[in-house]
Design a protein around this ligand. Structure first.
Ligand code: SN0
Length: 314
């Protein structure tokens, strides 16, 4: 595997999950692979789990890591081509990216949707410049439209917890005070559609995701109906794709409560974190026995490690 920017980069999905689960049992078994190799993690946006779990994954493989928080520690970087750089941006990505590539063997990059232009975000303007100019393998640590490392950990976690061959997995929109990207739900849907799970997506009208990710999957607009008999409830907020970046609802009837969880088949509660308590999910559910968010976060290490292993072995 050369780059990792979506589920489609994996040579074999089942094998990848198997590898991640094997690594979990013996995290240092591939420590020789990363000897004298360096991974640089570039953050245009904040991070807790992705930063720490990806660094941990690289270290478990014997790699060295360096981290750059672009907007805090580095020069402010210009991302637009053809502009006169007479403003506050000091250096262009066009030089910064290949330079970073000369200093390492793998680049991880996080650059969220900026909500300035739907076209820019959905053409993955920043991520694609890294792929084009980096000269080394690129790992997406959440780009404008996808968060594949998260979806990998989500899939691994469902595999660990599922009690039936074909669990019902419900992705439910939930309210949030800010406009968030569609990357996590896009990626989750895209990834889950590669499995044989019974995937149901529920959200208010106007929150339809890009058909590129949804394919022929139909939306269930009635959240209670969607939750009926669910084995996994994956809650997430996102802003509107159609009315790009807009918040169309903050309806707390969509918050995942114990009453909502009672509609399910004793479902496990999942969220990528960070989560807004009592907006997305009540304290009772998040602190209760059905919540597997911490295990899900732990699995970020092993799924990232499986990805880096495949890149190192290419
Ligand atoms: C990001 C998102 O894509 O939704 C990262 C999730 C892994 N989440 C946020 O930016 C949350 C910010 C907030 O204000 O709660």
């Amino acid at each position: 595997m050369q780059h990792f920017t979506s589920v489609y980069d994996l040579p074999n999905l089942e094998e990848a999950v198997k590898t991640a689960r094997e690594i979990k049992l013996d995290p240092y078994c591939y420590k020789h692979l990363g000897k004298n190799k360096t991974m640089i993690l570039i953050f245009f946006d904040a991070s807790l789990r992705t930063r720490l779990s990806t660094q941990k994954a690289a270290m478990n493989l014997g790699m060295d890591t360096m981290v750059l928080n672009v907007n805090q520690d580095g020069w402010r970087l210009e991302t637009e081509m053809g502009v006169v750089m007479d403003g506050d941006k000091v250096e262009h990505l066009r030089e910064a990216i290949p330079v970073i590539g000369r200093y390492c063997d793998i680049i991880g990059v996080r650059a969220f949707a900026r909500f300035e232009s739907k076209e820019d975000d959905y053409s993955e303007k920043i991520l694609n410049q890294f792929v084009q100019y980096g000269g080394v393998p690129i790992v997406s640590m959440e780009a404008a439209t996808r968060h594949p490392l998260q979806s990998f950990a989500d899939h691994m976690t469902i595999e660990e917890y599922k009690t039936k061959a074909r669990p019902k997995v419900v992705l439910s929109w939930a309210p949030h005070p800010r406009a968030l990207p569609q990357a996590v739900p896009n990626s989750f849907v895209e990834w889950m559609r590669q499995t044989d799970y019974d995937l149901v997506v529920t959200h208010p009208q106007g929150y339809e995701l890009d058909p590129k990710f949804m394919g022929d999957l139909k939306v269930e607009y009635d959240q209670d109906k969607a939750l009926a008999g669910a084995d996994f409830v994956y809650a997430k907020n996102w802003s509107s794709y159609l009315e790009y970046g807009e918040i169309l609802s903050k309806d707390r009837n969509w918050t995942i409560t114990a009453d909502k969880m009672a509609l399910t088949d004793n479902a496990k509660f999942m969220h990528c974190l960070p989560v807004r308590r009592n907006m997305i999910v009540t304290d009772e559910v998040l602190d209760g026995p059905s919540s597997i968010v911490i295990d899900e976060a732990e699995n970020r290490i092993y799924s990232a490690q499986a990805v880096l292993k495949m890149i190192l072995e290419r």
